[in-house]
Ligand binder design. Sequence first.
Ligand code: FES
Length: 328
Amino acid sequence: MRFGSVPLRLFLGATFLYAGIQKLTDSGFLTASRSTYIGKQLTGYGLRSPIGGLLGWLGQNFAVEVGVLIILVELAIGAGILLGIWTRGLAVLGALLSVVLFLSATWDVQPYFLGSDSIYAVAWITLALIGDRGVWVPGQRLLRPAEDRRRPIVDPARREFLLRLGAAGVGAIWLLALLPRSRPAAASLPASPTTTPTTPQPSVAPGPPTPSGPPGAATPTAAAPAGTRIGTLAAVQSAGSLAYQDPASGDPAVVVSLGGQSVVAYDAVCTHAGCTVEYDPSQRLLICPCHGAAFDPAHSAQVIAGPAPTPLPGLRVTVTSDGTIYTA
Ligand code: FES
């Protein structure tokens, strides 16, 4: 079984190296205006994570520093594990990083076995326990003399202690994975959108407000809108979208222009793991910065890419005849 850890090292090392390179070559990862910006990811994870306060604070104040650190750590772990340099130490670092990702990026993925970070953490703990056993360690050969490499890294008593520690770590991860999650408020909303383009009639002034809704449901109401003012139709048309907070759920939400005077509104909490989606006018899609889910606002926010299981819940908004948009 001397070679037992080689497949694990190859997969984990290559995966972390790839993850680091992927972030390094993503021009949006460190750019605040882009949808894959690390600050948006941290803030998005923070909405549902048990360490959300810390993530939100880092996302607001040290996003670029955290992004650079993640890139460097992933590259170092990936390269070191593949070359057999400080295997156990880097495996511990990989386990810690995976636990942080488990508590943030995939905390809301249920059941837990559909999320990858918990099993990554367990795999890293396993590698930390068994080490590389001196097999296929080109980097180690350069850094350490042969006698030193042959020396056992841990004595039996210490090995026993580390085995117990590793088992406790795996048990803790499993228990955390089974903990009931407070479901996102958006999940209680209907999975199928209730909002369709609405056609206000600004040329008729002054006139009654027109609520958005399914075809045939947009009947004028004589009453003034009771909801919260979101913004103006002109602003949505100009920017392509307008973010707001849904007063009913407290969730982030977004109004999207479909061209002309048609708008749709959706809850902006990604149905995968709770990050906040943003509208990308160049693609005309709502994009999740965390794992790349893409929703088509023109077609009931159907999922067209990524791991999100369901469309974004639709929200009703009211567009008045003077072009002001209100929550319904
Ligand atoms: Fe994972 Fe949105 S949170 S794709």
